[in-house]
Design a protein around this ligand. Structure first.
Ligand code: SER
Length: 621
């Protein structure tokens, strides 16, 4: 089945059940400063989930354009894309679990004809700390629905991914996970939600691709949330009935909502029982065009490049249609990254010169009916892509030469930044080239140079890369606080000579570079890890104090070498109620309020960066 047909059937299915079809919002959020792009169907509907009346009623259905910038580096496997469409149906204080789960199940099984034997579901295991019960109602509904298809559905509690890989499937069909997996809000788990944020337990449906063998790299046993590719999440029903309170607790929203989101491409892939989303019609049309213009074949060692080009060209087309043009700042930088990375991969495929912009034609053709803007802006899209290609090519050959010169050794932050500034290589391109040559790039150094430059040119991007943070998401904020604890613990265990020499924090991990003459011994790292966890458990407050730079220095607050600070600085203290200070650091934030919000801290790796500088990668579980 094609994705256009599937989208139509989804909208129709819910129209028959009293829903009004609403158009997709722009990829550029209208009124949400917390994010650069629309990344889920519920973002544009927030006011209505909170109780405002929607002009189209209380039952809505749509297909929302989404862009997830975080996934750029993941593109290349069989399921990650930056741009995707999220099918959504919405109850704004109307129906709830009793209607939602049977409807979605019926859509998959009766309407699309999916084999119910290949469907597995997850539910919320409960959160005693916040007094939110296990979702027994959904369990009972799922049992009944599977029983109607002659399937006995056993339920088990897995709680976490770690336990999941330890315990495995156990012959079950319904799996309860904790809030990390089965709770949805824009900010993630309950403790990460700011006051006023709506959220709730959710229930996800997974499709099993039986031809995919479990991959042991993802854990001992497979389970729905394993991520090895055997199970693919195809839909998520969020029962949005809670709101975070000022005091940290939860209250019921004024209405009980359903927020359902399902990846159109993933559902199409499931209905074709082929786990490669690049084989569905819309993406495959682009792949075929690439084959035609390059002479290379998709079913070959070049598959990854095909996927990068197909995803990026489509994503860029939708961005340009929504008015985002390539530039060096904010949103425009993402379009630039998409296009330049795609040009390089197209070259790898041996694509003829001067035809790059033509690749966008199948995407415009296939999406024009559903998203008229892409058809209306066809000329602008093609011209923009072509111009960006030409501009990149002006410096590409020289840049590659320069890269060759550097590639005997690692690439410093300054060199990576120079490749960007003088030759237009976004960091992604440099990283990929480096990977092919098996050499290291100093990412943190690049970010620092980038930041310095942004500050000089006073662009909006400066604020977004503050302090080496990839973004200001809640996960990133938590890891940022953990970074402070880690530095203080390193200084306690290894000695006062330890200072920060760079840090890069994303929503997934910390990367901290610090001064230390030799490798840290395993026992030392263990001590550091234990100390950080101890401080998390003690629940230290993260307190910000403004003071003069001299005063802060006198107090011995940590400051990063090579960074310029103003005369009045803010210092973050991690301290207990009695005022015992564990860490004090010059820092602009953001941080969590209390270290108890961090969970379990874990060091993954310690390695050398250069003489006298070590690097630690760490995560929060
Ligand atoms: N908000 C949920 C998600 O993005 C369901 O739409 O997964």
């Amino acid at each position: 089945m094609g994705s256009g047909e599937l989208r139509k059937r989804f909208l129709e299915f819910f129209k028959e059940r009293g829903h009004s079809v609403i158009p997709s919002s722009s990829l550029v959020p209208g009124n949400d400063p917390t994010t650069l792009f629309t990344g889920s169907g519920m973002q544009p509907l927030i006011p209505y989930l909170l109780g405002q009346k929607h002009p189209m009623g209380t039952r809505l259905v749509d297909s929302q354009k989404c862009f997830r910038a975080d996934d750029i580096e993941e593109v290349g496997d069989n399921r990650h894309t930056t741009f995707f469409e999220m099918l959504g149906n919405w109850s704004l204080g109307d129906y709830f679990k009793e209607e939602q789960l049977p409807w979605f199940f019926s859509f998959l099984v009766d309407e699309l004809g999916l084999d119910p034997q290949k469907l597995y579901v997850t539910v919320f295991a409960g959160d005693p700390k916040n007094n939110i019960p296990k979702d027994e109602e959904s369990i009972a509904i799922w049992k009944r629905l599977f029983a109607e298809k002659g399937i006995e559905a056993k339920d088990v509690v897995l709680d976490t991914s770690e336990k999941g890989s330890e315990l495995g499937m156990q012959g079950a069909r319904i799996f309860a996970y904790n809030a990390k997996k089965n709770w949805w809000s824009r900010a993630g788990a309950p403790e990460n939600m700011p006051p006023g944020e709506p959220g709730g337990p959710d229930s996800e449906v997974f499709f099993e691709f039986t031809q995919v063998e479990h991959n042991l790299a993802f854990g001992q046993n497979c389970h729905p949330n394993c991520d090895c590719g055997r199970f693919l999440e195809i839909g998520n029903s969020v029962f949005m009935e809670y709101k975070k309170q000022e005091n940290g607790g939860f209250e019921k929203l004024v209405q009980r909502n359903v927020d359902f989101g399902g990846g159109l491409e993933r559902i199409t892939a499931a209905s074709n029982a082929d786990g490669d989303v690049f084989k569905i019609d819309t993406l495959h049309a682009v792949i075929q065009k690439i084959e035609e213009l390059s002479g290379a074949r998709y079913e070959s060692a070049f598959q990854q490049s095909f996927r990068v080009v197909a995803d990026h060209i489509r994503g860029a087309a939708f961005m340009i249609a929504d008015g985002v043009l390539p530039s060096n700042t904010e949103r425009g930088y993402f379009v630039r990254r998409l296009l330049r990375r795609a040009v390089r991969h197209a070259d790898k495929l041996g694509m003829k010169q001067g035809v790059f912009a033509e690749l966008v034609s199948p995407a415009i053709e296939n999406y024009g009916e559903q998203y008229p803007e892409i058809k209306e802006q066809e000329q602008l899209i093609k011209e923009t892509i072509q111009k960006e290609e030409v501009r990149f090519r002006e410096t590409l050959a020289k840049g590659l030469k320069e890269f060759e010169k550097l590639s005997g050794k690692g690439i410093s932050g300054y060199e990576a930044f120079n490749l960007y500034q003088s030759y237009g290589f976004p960091l992604d391109v440099t990283l990929e080239l480096a990977k092919e040559k098996n050499i290291e790039v100093d990412r943190d150094g690049f970010q620092q140079e980038f930041q310095k430059h942004q500050e000089v040119s006073r662009t909006g991007a400066a604020g977004r890369f503050k302090g080496g943070l990839a973004d200001a998401s809640v996960e990133t904020t938590r890891l940022h606080t953990a970074n402070h604890l880690l530095l203080a613990a390193l200084r306690q265990v290894l000695g006062e000579h330890v200072h920060q020499r760079g840090s890069n924090i994303t929503a997934e991990r910390i990367r901290l570079d610090f001064s230390h003459p030799q490798k840290a011994a395993p026992e030392e790292l263990k001590k550091v890890e234990e100390l950080v966890n101890e401080k998390i458990q003690e629940g230290l407050g993260m307190i910000k104090r403004e003071m003069s730079k001299e005063e802060a220095q006198k107090l011995g607050a940590e400051m990063e070498f090579g960074i310029k600070y103003g005369d009045v600085v803010s210092v973050y203290f991690a301290e207990d109620e009695k005022g015992n200070v564990f860490s004090k650091e010059f820092c602009g934030g953001p941080h969590v309020k209390n270290t108890s919000e961090l969970g379990k801290f874990k060091i993954l790796k310690e390695e050398a960066v250069s003489a006298g500088i070590r690097r630690i990668r760490a995560v929060l579980d």
